[in-house]
Write a protein that binds this ligand. Structure first.
Ligand code: AMP
Length: 550
């Protein structure tokens, strides 16, 4: 039995051996296009996970792409992006474990053959389908070497961690196909299908890429935001910024062609029929063709925003739309304009797009906005947004283009700071100026069910020299074991930690991780039994992340 799912190489970066890189470069099937073995892709994936260097990652991808034959491009790009071309094929962890067989000694399985067999598995339905899937999967795995088996398992479970690949893959496709980066990026944005873009770019060049056009009623992936700590942090990153209220509603992309108006969610599902009032509002706008990006949100009678969970009631299944519309009317607040009367604006600056938005959309249907470069003004603006009941503010780079699907640094979200009292579970020895001091703290919340602690993240921020001195001593007195540079301690010390956001995490056992955590002070008045519980943390998380639809 092989239980390779937790093979560390896929979970955390390790140093790449130069000899290993040389080995990859020496793969004959990578230099001769066509008939690529699964092994080559699996090795490239391993090498990608093993290096943090963007340049090395890009070089590995280009090399691998260049080796692919025409029929293999889509499969290879899919695999290297961590997806199966067949999508989710109903194979879970336990079925994979059940289907495991002894690995093949030699790598002979081709990429095309692997894909063919997975297509067969995906096509199975009806009674006894689990057993049939397991059988076919067993046959496939029996042809795979140990390394290939691990790769396939991670791929099938959607757990390949090779490090932020999409941007790199776009660069690699441009290089390998000798097409301009801008053209490949735009095609990727318009199609949302990188394997297809790679296929067209590499087989047909510029002509292939020019087939990807903006089309009405085919929604674009929405541009996403990264968190920033506070307005000062956002200004430090952007210089001058466009600041907007951040509304806690549902993202909508609205397409208008004459009287035909259709509304799409963040997941690109069409919800036109659930939101007739949005359709009516947009139908009145003075443009024949229009695509707007914004937020749909319900307000109470006083005009204060209702919580996200309430707004989302309008997007449920099988709604009595008219009844719901009377009880819980929705409003649209737009913040971007992507297409107007034949002009595709995604390659235009935010400032230009906002100019168009202001020309077409009345102020009542736009999010409040200021352009600011000084801290005082942006702090005031954040205060106003919070007072009006909103979630925070956004800060955007005025000259940035619309990066569909990307969570980049051109859009920053700023939410108010929360604090939690957490327990120190371990600490790492510091380096540089902090050498000899225990510095990076591992923090956990209490699980009241069994009095254990659930780790939520680490931080060394906010610690003064005096605190470092004190905690090194206090932690060493509580030492219960060491693991490399980590000192594990009895969970007794409580620290007050400020953070801006909780994000979903596969790395930590509670499924959540703190963002921008910093220590405010040690709570010497508290014991671990008084620390915040994982239930409190989960409640905060659910407030901020209650739906997948945002
Ligand atoms: P988050 O869901 O926390 O990653 O924040 C990004 C989301 O905030 C976007 O997907 C939008 O749904 C929402 N949002 C609210 N107001 C704005 C705004 N002014 N600009 C962009 N996104 C906004």
């Amino acid at each position: 039995m092989h239980s390779l799912l937790l093979e560390p190489a896929y979970n955390k970066p390790v140093a790449v051996e130069p000899a290993f890189l040389a080995l990859i470069s020496a793969q004959p099937d990578l230099t001769e296009p066509g008939n690529v073995l699964l092994n080559s892709v699996a090795q490239t994936s391993l090498a990608l996970a093993a290096t943090r260097s963007r340049i090395k990652k890009a070089a590995l991808l280009v090399e691998c792409l260049r080796g692919l034959g025409p029929e293999e491009i889509r499969i290879g790009v899919s695999y290297l992006s961590g997806h199966l071309p067949q999508g989710k094929i109903g194979l879970g962890y336990s079925l994979l474990q059940k289907s495991m067989s002894a690995p093949a000694g030699e790598a002979t399985l081709s990429l095309a053959e692997t894909d063919r067999r997975l297509t067969d598995i995906a096509g199975i339905s009806g009674t006894g389908s689990q057993a049939k899937r397991s059988h076919l999967l067993g046959e496939l795995l029996a042809c795979a070497t140990e390394q290939e088996q691990t790769f396939l398992q991670h791929l099938i479970l959607g757990e390949l961690r090779q490090g932020a690949l999409e941007g790199l893959m776009i660069e690699a496709i441009a290089k390998a196909s000798e097409q301009p980066l801008k053209a490949v990026r735009k095609a990727a944005m318009l199609s949302g299908d990188l394997p297809l873009v790679a296929d067209r770019a590499m087989r047909e060049g510029a002509a292939g890429l020019s087939q990807f056009r903006f089309e009405m009623f085919r929604p674009l992936q929405p541009m996403l935001a990264q968190p920033a700590e506070d307005p000062a942090d956002a200004l430090a990153q952007l210089g001058e910024g466009v600041f907007e209220y951040k509304l806690d509603g549902a993202r909508v992309q609205v397409h208008k062609l004459g009287d035909d108006v259709r509304v799409f969610t963040r997941q690109l599902n069409e919800v036109t029929h659930s939101v007739p009032e949005l359709v009516e509002q947009v139908r009145l706008l003075p443009a024949e063709q229009l695509v707007l990006d914004g937020e749909a949100i319900a307000f109470d009678k006083q005009g204060r925003p209702l919580p996200f969970q309430i707004t989302m009631k309008r997007f449920g299944r099988r709604l009595k739309v008219d009844e719901m519309r009377d009880k819980l009317p929705l409003s649209a607040r737009f913040f971007d304009c992507l297409f107007v009367d034949g002009d595709d604006l995604i390659d235009q600056s935010l400032t230009t797009r906002l100019g168009q938005l202001d020309d077409i959309v009345i102020p009542a249907l736009r999010v409040p906005r200021v352009v600011a470069a000084d801290q005082e003004a942006t702090r005031d603006f954040l205060r106003q947004a919070l007072q009006a009941g909103h979630e925070g503010i956004m800060a955007k780079a005025p000259d940035s283009l619309y990066e569909a699907g990307n969570r980049g640094a051109n859009w920053l979200k700023i939410k108010p700071v929360h604090t939690l009292d957490l327990v120190v579970l371990a600490a790492e020895w510091g380096s540089g100026r902090r050498r000899g001091k225990l510095s990076n703290l591992h923090l956990g919340a209490r699980d009241p069910r069994d009095n254990t602690f659930v780790m939520l993240g680490k931080t060394f921020k906010g610690l003064t020299d005096k605190m470092l001195e004190w905690q090194t001593d206090a932690l060493l007195q509580r030492e219960i074991g060491r693991e490399g540079h980590i000192v594990h301690v009895r969970p007794e010390l409580v620290v007050e930690v400020a953070f801006n956001e909780l994000q979903a995490s596969q790395q930590y056992p509670g499924g959540m991780a703190l963002r921008f955590a910093r220590v405010k002070r040690y709570r010497q008045d508290k014991t671990a039994a008084d620390a915040d519980t994982i239930d409190t943390v989960r409640a905060i998380f659910e407030q901020g992340f209650a739906g997948v639809s945002r």
